[in-house]
Design a protein around this ligand. Sequence first.
Ligand SMILES: [Zn+2]
Ligand SMILES: [Zn+2]
Length: 284
Amino acid sequence: MVDRLVNSEANARRIAMVESCFGSSGQPLAEQGRVLVGEGVLTKICRKKPKARQFFLFNDILVYGNIVINKKKYNKQHIIPLEEVKLESLKDEGQYRNGWLIRTASKSFAVYAATATEKEEWMAHIEKCIEDLLRKSGKQPPSEHAAVWVPDNEASICMHCKKTQFTVINRRHHCRKCGSVVCGPCSSKRYILRGQSDKPLRVCLQCYDELSRERVRPPNQQQTSANTTPVKTDTAGSGGDSSGDEDSDDDDINAEEKHDEPKFYGDSEKTEETNNHSSKEAAK
Ligand SMILES: [Zn+2]
Ligand SMILES: [Zn+2]
């Protein structure tokens, strides 16, 4: 009965709307049993600066994209399977309020809601979806997560050697293990971080040492060791090979949006809020 409600025509209509807003830049989203749980704008911390992103919470995936035209057109669609997601609440700090981390094995980032209530709602809905999914599948949540990148502007000097000043020539690089902003020479090593890629990735010298040390320890002391493989490199790290494409989702139109409250369409427990044609439309 509940399933019938959430799988209602309204749900199908909402999902079709999301698909049409992404147009050909997005994946087909309609799937048997998929429910759009909520949507709204969150501020995502990107490499260069915080940016408004439209988020769609489904019962099995989290989808977000850049806002081209509010409520009409989105692009740069990202789809994150919720089974892989772990949330971590962030403390309010200065201008950064109502935030939390969305962490997966391959990518982790911080998002901020406009108010504390919205943060609570978002986190509760996401957590609930994850819980339901894991209960159904019997899977374990992943134990390892990608580092959250320190935004460029938070480091004017290398976080490893604490000497190199970043300039047009001395470019910033990100350690894929700890997320620090480091200079070329301090990130000349590569390491295979299994959750993120099969290819060796840039790591800072400190992480390289730690990863290499972990690897020789017995596996029962360090779960991470099974997941990582060192790669020798001899480049001095002078090549500016990476910065430009490190965070591909952030070269884009920066949509300045007025604040819209997120909408949650009710989940399997809350049937009174399922936003059928009746109550909610009439209330507006
Ligand atoms: Zn350095
Ligand atoms: Zn590091």
